[in-house]
Design a protein around this ligand. Sequence first.
Ligand code: C5P
Length: 233
Amino acid sequence: MIKKNYPLVIAIDGPAGSGKGTVAQKIATKLNYHYLDSGAIYRVIAYAAKKENIKSESISTLIDLVADSKIKFKENNIWLNGNEVTNLIRTESISKLASKIAIHSKLRASILEYQRSFCKMPGLVAEGRDMTSVVFPNAHLKIYLNASVSERAKRRYKQLILKGYDVNLCDLTQEIDKRDSRDKEREVSPLIIVKEAYVLETDDLNENQTVDKILSLFKELQKGLITQNYQEK
Ligand code: C5P
């Protein structure tokens, strides 16, 4: 049985459009846990870099930019240096730039502690590409959410159309495919399926079914019915 005198961590990784954002947020709300959208941090840095005309390969300038930037998350909204950027960071050009700057090991190292600072009582649901492998390697439950490229492109298409963006499904599919390759093939913290992860294929699952599945795994884990990477500190 897991003791609860320190925060419990559910780490969820997966490719773009696998639904991990909505799913992780719903789980955090149901459990009353903290929530970390690590992709949003890369997006905010990409947004700031774009505004300052900093190229994705200018690593030392990017590191200075990160050091000078104040990122704040509050109630599902995100601020950069006091300005709300919640929707501004969700465009396709920022998605692409975020995955280009995310290849730099120094940049990733510079935000590691910040990401870990989200781990507070009673627990955390963290989602991204390296939550299960690098940021929270001792997470109590590790999930890899997957879905086919075509399904993920369709989901992203619906989301963007609802937000009023003019997008093309074919272009989106290609962009997601390219982003998958960049995220999976980079040298530092690539998106991988760690050996302890439960892999959930979500093509035929809706968000609520995925949430229920993860919550039931978490309950079993808490009851000691299954074990994962649990380590008592
Ligand atoms: O999850 P989201 O699509 O918002 O992430 C945007 C980009 O940020 C990803 O394509 C990936 O390159 C990068 N990222 C990362 N590591 C994370 C989260 C996101 O490299 N933990």
